[in-house]
Design a binder for this molecule. Sequence first.
Ligand code: ADP
Ligand code: MG
Length: 282
Amino acid sequence: MGIIKTKNLVYEYIRRDEEGNVEGITTAVDKVSLNIREGEFIAILGHNGSGKSTLAKHINAILSPTEGTVWVDGKDTSREENIWEIRQTAGMVFQNPDNQIIGQVVEEDVGFGPENLGVPTKEIWERVEESLKAVGMYAYRKHSPNKLSGGQKQRVSIAGVMAMHPKCIILDEPTAMLDPNGRKDVIRAARALNDVENITIVLITHYMEETIYADRIFVMDQGKVAMEGTPREVFSQVERLKELRLDVPQVTLLAHELQKRGLPLPNGILTTEELVEALKCL
Ligand code: ADP
Ligand code: MG
């Protein structure tokens, strides 16, 4: 079994009026079955409201399934006695770094997580150092988080999660509020945790460019997994992605347009370098 597995996962938000009568039901996740192996870098794409955040919240047991089952490292998330361990296994980074940083000094902030887990003090400092180095923020360890840029704050949040030594980190649109440089730094930090520490990464984003290095992409639509595959497989299907109201990376789109006009280019070109190479070979 993979580190994250869901079987026929359904989640319904139920709206009630003041008397408690059901006013309406939104099926936010609809029979999703997926299996993520330890060490994979997974990207989840999908337009607003497609169910990405609801799915993510099941992975660290913030939400419990309406139907179906979610296992994290083999543990059923619907069982109360597993929640503590699941939250240690799967850490979560959210969109707005301002809501996640609580310390007055960067290194203290990163230390809160392991401290809450009861990690001995000496080890906390080792973890803080290791985590800040991993996200490239060690030089800022004595700084006040308030003075950092959005991208830097987000990297501190990631270090805070990493310091709890999770096997898996879920990032729910971590770059949505950042400028392009901040976005790049955050994605680079996430990739490094995956490459170097073998931490399983689930990256939810709507920036296509951030997904091209993923091992696999899941595309969500109306609560279901509408597409699944490697970036090349997914981005080869330009028309299908448009139907799902998603963009494709600009260079992929350009290659697709050239193809439609008769240039014999391969499908699913993901980077400028690949396009240049393919054009040279014509
Ligand atoms: P995404 O993260 O892909 O934008 P969400 O998981 O946030 O999607 O939302 C999926 C669906 O569930 C949407 O229709 C959304 O309106 C609905 N939804 C999300 N959160 C709530 C909530 N707290 N109460 C009621 N409906 C919600
Ligand atoms: Mg969301």
